[in-house]
Design a protein around this ligand. Sequence first.
Ligand code: ZN
Length: 430
Amino acid sequence: MNVIISKNKISLPRKAQRVNNPTLESLNLPTDEAAVVDAIRQRGALSRTDLATISGYSRAKMTAVAGNLIEKGILVEIGAGESQGGRRPRLLNFNANQGYIAGVDLGATSVDVAVADLTGKILARHSEAADVHAGPQVVLGRITAIIAELLAQAELRTAQLTAIGLGVPGPVEFTSGRLIAPPLMPEWDGFPIPATLRAAFPNSRVIVDNDANVMALGELVSGTGVGVEHFFLVKIGTGIGAGIICNGAVFRGSDGCAGDIGHICVDRAGPVCRCGNVGCLETIAAGPALAERAAERARNGQSPKLAQRLAAQGYLLAEDVGAAAAAGDRVALELIQESGRLIGEALAGLVNFFNPRLIVIAGGVSGIGHQLLASIKQAVLHRSLPLATKGLRIDYAALGMDAGVRGALALASKHAFGATAGEASAPAPR
Ligand SMILES: [Zn+2]
């Protein structure tokens, strides 16, 4: 990216400036029209009066702005809302025929794809196992085939797909939509994901983002984070990452990797991480690390329950540790508490730094039982400033494993109408 520096002033190219601005990020539309579209995206169908109140525009201006959006085919009138006395106001919502979107949640071992209309209503959906190590050509080829199949199921044409949102488990340079040196999936380093998907879906904008950011967006739009201005979502799975919501929008930092907390060092004498450093949080507290430590204790004869499972399956997963703990195994419980404590201590520093109102715990490992959440809470409360924890809530994701695909759809919907980050050559809205 070219950065122009002149007389103490640093200015970025237009596209880059747009990235972290929640209002301008959304559309190629004029600011007043974008504000109306954002309001409907967040709250659903609204009357012109509601929209005028929310936006602060006069009733006359709102009538004109709504008229422009209806003329462009972006909004339609969908019948009458509740009367406040007098005639029942007509509600405005997205024009479902304006286009359709796809949301893709790619994990290290699974992929979840949904096709929806612009209001976020899911029309077709498919999940299956995936292996990111098969490389981007293979995995994106499969994702392309799934989207095509889902469009066919929903009786839609390829040309009707206007945006694809894709969450991936690694650091994404948001402006280019590329993974940069992803520890979990090195085969994908710098691969042109947007261009590859657009070759199959030429009318679509393709927006790629880190999976934790995408899940945070999902929880913001329709989960635990609805109405919360500042929060974190921590995904604990094969790795550990966080999505940051600041002022009601995803905060990605300068380059896109804000929230990559899995590589915070929590033990200088700890194991070597895939990133090349030592003692990273995810080498001790993520799913595979938890399972590996459990297998070690089982082999040492410290836990008969874990040893039994190891002998029966030949391997242990984080879920096995959860099940053993639920069945009263002391070693399994200790391991979960230790993971929770380490994650909580790392989060405590971030809580003091950022003062969020909410921390959402998500990802595959969050399903292993209540003890993990209890240990995270305890460590955060113990290590953070009283003022920072006074109004702080820590909870599991309300959307559960749906947060990823819901967030990917929200990402697509947010960018469905205009050129955006990750898409230098997006077509103009039709
Ligand atoms: Zn690391």
